[in-house]
Write a protein that binds this ligand. Structure first.
Ligand SMILES: [Zn+2]
Ligand SMILES: [Zn+2]
Length: 130
């Protein structure tokens, strides 16, 4: 699968038994449909957070194309303050997160304390930096 931003082939990483596609060039992450739910795990906050996803009519950022179906993705904002803006395939193939956005999501959604994903991400990027 190629990165929707730089069109380079992405590598597959295993994060808490979920396979994610990661672009080492721009640091973005592609999650197939359902993988974010898996990463966020079991918690009460997860449902509230996932319910906060809302199409962002304002737009502004450049639209990316879905790496699976090649159609333009829609901008979606999420979190209590709608601060994180991500790209989502309109056919629900998955979501695209720019570098740091997955960490932001985990932090903003108050899932950090229940969740191993943040630690795993830190590990992952620490390894990359070495
Ligand atoms: Zn990239
Ligand atoms: Zn798609």
């Amino acid at each position: 699968m190629n990165c929707p931003v730089c069109r380079q082939p992405m590598i597959v990483l295993e994060l808490d038994q979920v396979e994610i596609d990661h672009c080492t060039t721009c640091g973005g992450i592609w999650l197939d449909a359902g993988e974010l739910e898996l990463l966020l795990g079991d918690s009460v906050e997860k449902d509230g957070f996932l319910a906060s996803f809302e199409a962002d009519a304002a737009g502004g950022e450049k639209h990316r194309r879905c790496p699976i179906c090649s159609k333009k993705m829609e901008k979606v904002v999420c979190g209590a303050e709608k601060r994180v803006r991500i790209d989502r395939c309109r056919r629900n193939d998955g979501i695209w997160l720019d570098e740091g956005e997955l960490e932001e999501i985990v932090t903003l959604s108050s899932l950090g304390r229940h969740n191993r994903v943040l630690d795993l991400l830190k590990d992952m990027f620490a390894k990359k930096a070495q």
